[in-house]
Design a protein around this ligand. Structure first.
Ligand code: ADP
Ligand code: MG
Length: 211
């Protein structure tokens, strides 16, 4: 895959990508995208700044088909409010010529406004584990239509103490979905969660080159 054009993206997505000015995939994008497009579960390990967001957004959006449902088809879990805003903005930019409803949810702000937003219909939901768990336990967010779960910065999510919230969210999801996980490092806790909740995701590791 020399350039993103080799991905054969739909015109609407390619146009948005062109406007962002990105032409060449980064190494983690090059390695993770084919695995994600194959539909297999994946655990990607690469340091910060290597381009992990597009590594999962492009394959997910490439396969996008209109569906008449108001429940999210894609859920992206990230550790912080700042990352919710950042990732949601990237989704909005990439989908500006597509019909995709994107929403970010996080704690520290009124939950009722977010509930109203969810009820209006969401396709891609980006959230922190705490707020997403609360919205799901309330029955506001439903996972009936979920096709892809992304857990981004899995190590950081666990470092921040969100293991219970992630476990609780996973227990509300049906099994028939693709899991796409990313972490900067492979910690014992990430490894434990993989063993407990995920069925041998294919590992794509961008080893730090110290040579
Ligand atoms: P990570 O999640 O691995 O920390 P990001 O996905 O946030 O990395 O990307 C880091 C930066 O690189 C962002 O500013 C992003 O817009 C940019 N970027 C991502 N992919 C490419 C690419 N293929 N070419 C050029 N810049 C890219
Ligand atoms: Mg990232």
């Amino acid at each position: 895959m020399a350039t993103f054009h080799d991905l054969d993206l739909p015109k609407s997505l390619q146009k948005a990508l062109d406007e962002l000015g990105f032409t060449t995939p980064t190494p983690i994008q090059e390695r993770a995208m084919p695995v994600i497009m194959s539909g297999r579960d994946m655990m990607g390990i690469a340091q910060t700044g290597t381009g992990k967001t597009f590594a999962y957004l492009l394959p997910i959006l490439k396969q996008w088909k209109f569906a008449a449902t108001d429940a999210p088809r894609v859920v992206i879990l990230v550790p912080t409010r700042e990352l919710v805003v950042q990732v949601a903005e990237e989704v909005v930019k990439l989908t500006q010529y597509m019909s995709v409803r994107t929403l970010g949810v996080y704690g520290g702000v009124n939950i009722n406004t977010q509930k109203k937003n969810v009820y209006e219909g969401v396709d891609v939901l980006v959230g922190t584990p705490g707020r997403l768990m609360d919205l799901a336990l309330d029955g506001v967010v439903r996972f009936d239509s979920l096709q892809k779960l992304v857990i981004d910065e899995f190590d950081e999510i666990l470092n921040l103490g969100f293991r219970f919230q992630v476990t609780s969210i996973l227990s509300m999801m049906k099994d028939k979905r693709q899991n796409i996980l990313f972490s900067a490092t492979m910690t014992d806790e990430v490894d434990e969660m993989l063993n407990d909740f995920f069925d041998f995701p294919e590992e794509v590791s961008l080893a730090a080159s110290g040579t």
